[in-house]
Design a protein around this ligand. Structure first.
Ligand SMILES: *Cc1c(COP(=O)(O)O)cnc(C)c1O
Length: 415
């Protein structure tokens, strides 16, 4: 997490003091490090260089145009889950032919939009979707390129809301049924079989589940190759590479590649990978100002101007986010709850967290908030969403302005 560091007692993002950003752009404020984000992409891209591959950044982790644009310039492809995300990618200068389209509920309109733009592949999650794709393909007089998202029934050992490769999950097609569905696909007139895909979960901190799941799919890949000898091109290992929030020691890109590449090399297929959190998670912080300190006989609450509508991960995933004072403090730590002003008991960033002395007006940085932060933000409690700033060395650019009160009612009608 060295892109956010104290320099002379001041928390900085790259070369820029966070306090300056808070004063200039206000709080709550998302601050991102361009060099961290592009650096993570490049580390993975280089670790995979001994095989043909495309790193497809999972847009849902953070869909800000400036981040998409930086990654597009670095050569990234994109993993999208909606027409809206594809629209963003195109708007940011991304290449549709490097896009993979995931998700269990792609509508006919979304399929048409993506097929017309010439995306690389649709990751198909059901037979119903497969038939819909074929019908749209026929109507547009082209073949929709597909992979099946195969569920290998591997437990990635992560939070239950983000484990997706188990038997009872809504995602993917069971490995036992996959070949039969590929056989059906090979007979459909509007379909071209291009790949095999999986995605077993998120925040996976070991390589073993990826290796186990890939091994399970090797035989299927050979069988699909026999069905579609001319067109089978790719194996997509999914996303889910974990990061360090607290004390985890996830594999580096190199360690991941060392275990996975030997398996992939033998298939001769292009490797696709769909990392989201790995690229942006530790490249972002949510900066917030303390509004009040509230003491009760049993607790001290630090009440901040950021809330669960800005960052919902703590209550949604029981997730841990480190909280650092923007001005370094050596005072004795005491346990506090850091909470927002929203009318929900789920509105907290930390409970019983040892923090140095904090006073009203102080700035705090909620770390590791680059992934699934702003993307999941809402206007709940009619709170305008935060501004976003992208730092590059000594330069800071506002890449999304703070919402205004007028933004809150835009599109509504008194009736
Ligand atoms: C969410 C998702 C990803 C990205 O997950 P991360 O844990 O952020 O890497 C990749 N692929 C699919 C299909 C997803 O649903």
């Amino acid at each position: 997490m060295n892109t956010f560091q104290y320099r002379r007692g001041e928390l900085c993002c790259e070369q820029v003091p966070v306090q300056q950003l808070a004063e200039k752009f206000g709080t709550p404020l998302y601050v991102y490090s361009r060099n961290h984000i592009v650096g993570q992409f490049t580390a993975l891209d280089q670790a995979l260089q001994s095989v043909e591959h495309t790193v497809c950044y999972a847009v849902k982790a953070n869909s800000n145009l400036a981040i998409l644009s930086a990654l597009a310039k670095a050569g990234a492809g994109f993993d999208i889950v909606s027409a809206g995300e594809l629209y963003r990618v195109i708007h940011a200068g991304g290449d549709p032919t490097k896009c993979v389209f995931s998700g269990v509920g792609k509508t006919r309109e979304e399929i048409e939009y993506a097929l017309k733009l010439g995306i690389y592949i649709f990751n198909v999650e059901s037979e119903a979707e497969l038939r819909q794709l074929s019908a749209v393909g026929q109507r547009l007089r082209r073949r929709a390129p597909i992979a099946l998202r195969v569920n290998p029934h591997v437990d990635p050992d992560t939070h239950h809301h983000i484990a997706t490769g188990k038997k009872e999950s809504k995602f993917g097609i069971s490995i036992e049924r996959a070949l039969a569905v590929y056989q059906e696909a090979s007979r459909l007139p509007g379909i071209e079989i291009r790949g095999v895909q999986m995605h077993i979960g998120s925040q996976i901190t070991r390589v073993t589940p990826f290796v186990q799941a890939t091994r399970k799919l090797l035989k299927l890949m050979a069988q699909v190759r026999a069905l579609a000898p001319a067109t089978l091109q790719s194996f997509d290992i999914g996303g889910g590479l974990g990061i360090c929030y607290k004390d985890q020691t996830p594999p580096t890109a190199q360690q991941f590649a060392a275990k996975v590449l030997p398996l992939v090399k033998n298939t001769g297929l292009r490797l696709l990978i769909e990392p989201g959190r790995f690229i942006v998670g530790n490249g972002g912080s949510l900066i917030t100002r303390v509004v009040y300190i509230k003491k009760t006989p049993v607790k001290t609450f630090v009440i901040t101007d950021a809330a669960m509508n800005d960052l919902i991960r703590p209550v949604l995933y029981d997730s841990y986010h480190e909280i650092l004072p923007v001005r370094q403090s050596r005072s004795r730590k005491r346990k506090v709850d850091v909470v927002g002003p929203v009318c929900e008991s789920g509105d907290f960033f930390a409970k019983d967290r040892p923090l140095p002395e904090v006073n009203a007006g102080d700035l705090l940085s909620v770390m590791s908030a680059g992934a699934y932060g702003m993307g999941m933000a809402s206007n709940y409690n009619s709170r305008p969403r935060p501004a976003e700033v992208l730092v590059n060395g000594r330069r800071a650019t506002c890449v999304r302005r703070r919402e205004t009160l007028a933004d809150l009612v835009r599109g509504e009608d008194r009736g």
